[in-house]
Design a protein. Structure first.
Length: 539
């Protein structure tokens, strides 16, 4: 029997349910095939505040709030120079969502999946996709096994692979590249009777570094705690083979004093389980008739609880891409490139943060930590690195600055951040000194800066817009129409006064004043960021 849908989604986890829900809202017929029957066990209980807006957009935030999950206000760590636990809190950098949640994934994922059903998605649990069907290079459907064991074929205009770390399409096409830095594995279980941290950190995730790796302890609303050890993949597999998963996990806990104390009167009530496949990226993430979402596309070390956030974010982006590709095939190729760029930008941010945080822990001397040191010769420690630009642009108590400040960082990284910050201060001071002469300046684009016409995300779809790229921000930044017009006229010969006059042409007096203020504000940002300079050599 053959059936036809607009979209087939493989996998009903957070990424799959998100993309399915948002596509169904666009009016597409969506079939979601999930091999398990929910609720099903899944690790990854600790959420980030960045996920809250997506949950709100999906309409599930009230259900998540009503589920009784513990609010997560931040994280507490025993890591780096401080030999006592230290904490950081979301409210320091996120006033809108000062907390996230420690969720029980079987319940949380089911809330998302039921929401897909409520939005018109044809959700079929207990249905296993065997392969993606191609007509030439174009994905045209899937072969799957239904709940009765019958083989079936579903054709579709688009196939979304949200099959998690199993990565059905990535493995079928050989797209996966493993990360040589994060060669780790995790063994975890659930404990009853774990001691909580002291207020106000009692609901925080607790992370403790020890000689062989690091451990997590996540309190859950059902009285259990998710506890896991992240260790070197090779030595970890040797230990698992020698003593078994349960004994191995208990051995790791015994090597961490604080964690041992927290679990002294506890009992393992579920598990243990082992996750062997670790950090990787699939490329390309988008092809003719298909797209990869969540862990099917990439997975990064879970040190900063980024898994669900990346899945939800990619689900939103993928829904926008599929919507755009089905409505306007002419934008599909360019929008696919932008989808991958946006996803990898977020992925690499968490990767660089975790990589530097690993390297900053110089207190434990062992094979695990020595193998994860970053050398000063690493090219990614250059001031041009996008992650360094982001960290340098943060306030003193920014998220990354707060956690990286507790370790011993590579001198080249520290020097690069200082160089970026001092350069911005210098440009800012130059701009302020030139305020009286500002209208006479002759701005031009700096070397490597350019304005590109590219798809941008707007109203749940990709539409043509403008993106500014530069040596400092190679990943690009979306521009407003005013900034795009301004940059298109910056040529090193036209003064600021002339630029403003041209943009004001045809406007009434109040609009002219607003345009002038907006242009001067934009010029200040562009000068400080090094996107434009004065053609006479200043700035």
């Amino acid at each position: 029997m053959r059936e036809i849908h607009d979209v087939v989604v493989i996998g009903g986890g957070p990424g799959g349910s998100t993309v399915a829900t948002m596509l169904a809202r666009q009016g597409f017929s969506v079939l979601l095939l999930e091999r398990e029957n929910f609720p099903r066990e899944h690790v990854g209980e600790s959420l980030l505040p960045a996920s809250m807006p997506v949950l709100a957009e999906l309409g599930v935030l009230p259900a998540v709030q009503a589920a009784g999950f513990l609010p997560k206000w931040g994280a507490t760590m025993l890591w780096g120079r401080d030999r006592t636990p230290w904490s950081w809190h979301f409210k320091e950098t996120n006033q809108t969502y000062p907390h996230s949640y420690q969720v029980w994934r079987p319940q949380f994922d089911q809330i998302l999946l039921e929401n897909s059903r409520a939005n018109g998605v044809d959700v079929r649990e207990g249905h296993r996709v065997r392969e993606i069907i191609f007509d030439g290079n174009k994905a045209v459907g899937v072969n799957y096994q239904d709940i009765a064991g019958q083989q079936r074929l579903a054709n579709a205009g688009f196939v979304v692979d949200a099959s998690g770390q199993g990565g059905l399409l990535g493995r079928q096409l050989g797209l996966r590249t493993w990360d040589s830095f994060f060669q780790n594995l995790a063994v975890y279980g659930y404990f009853a009777g774990s001691k909580q941290l002291s207020a106000p950190d009692e609901n925080n995730i607790f992370i403790e570094a020890y000689s062989q790796g690091w451990l997590w302890n996540i309190p859950l609303h059902n009285g259990w705690a998710s506890v896991g050890a992240v260790v070197d993949s090779v030595t970890g597999q040797e230990g698992l083979h020698k003593v078994g998963a349960k004994e191995y996990l208990l051995e790791q806990i015994a090597q961490a004093p604080a964690m041992s104390q927290m679990l002294a009167n506890s009992e393992m009530v579920c598990g243990p389980a082992v996750v062997r496949d670790w950090s990787y990226v699939c490329q390309p993430m988008v092809g003719d008739g298909y797209i990869l979402v969540g862990d099917a596309a990439c997975f990064v070390d879970p040190l900063f609880s980024s898994g669900v956030h990346l899945a939800l974010m990619s689900g939103v982006l993928a829904a926008a891409y599929v919507t755009s590709a089905l409505k306007d095939p002419g934008i599909a190729k360019a929008a696919g490139v932008v989808y991958e760029e946006l996803y990898l930008k977020e992925y690499r941010h968490f990767r660089e943060l975790a990589r530097l945080f690993y390297s900053s822990n110089r207190t434990a001397e062992s094979y695990f930590w020595e193998a994860r040191r970053i050398l000063d010769a690493d090219d990614s420690l250059s001031p041009r690195n996008a992650f360094i630009q982001t960290v340098a642009g943060q306030p003193p108590r920014g998220y990354e600055r707060a956690v990286l400040g507790h370790g011993t960082l590579p001198p080249a990284f520290v020097g690069s951040v200082r160089e970026v910050e001092s350069e911005r201060v210098r440009r800012g001071k130059w701009f302020e000194d030139e305020l009286d002469n500002l209208h006479n300046l002759l701005p031009c684009l700096a070397v490597g800066a350019r304005l590109e016409r590219k798809p941008v995300l707007s109203g749940g779809e990709f539409q043509w817009g403008y993106v500014l790229t530069s040596l400092n921000r190679p990943e690009g930044t979306e521009c407003s129409s005013l900034v795009a017009v301004l940059l298109s006229r910056v040529d090193g010969r036209t003064s600021v006064a002339e630029l403003i006059a041209r943009l004001q042409d045809g406007s009434d007096q109040p609009q002219k004043g607003q345009i002038e203020q907006s242009v001067l504000a934009a010029l200040q940002i562009l000068y400080v960021d090094g996107v434009i300079v004065d053609s006479k050599g200043a700035g």
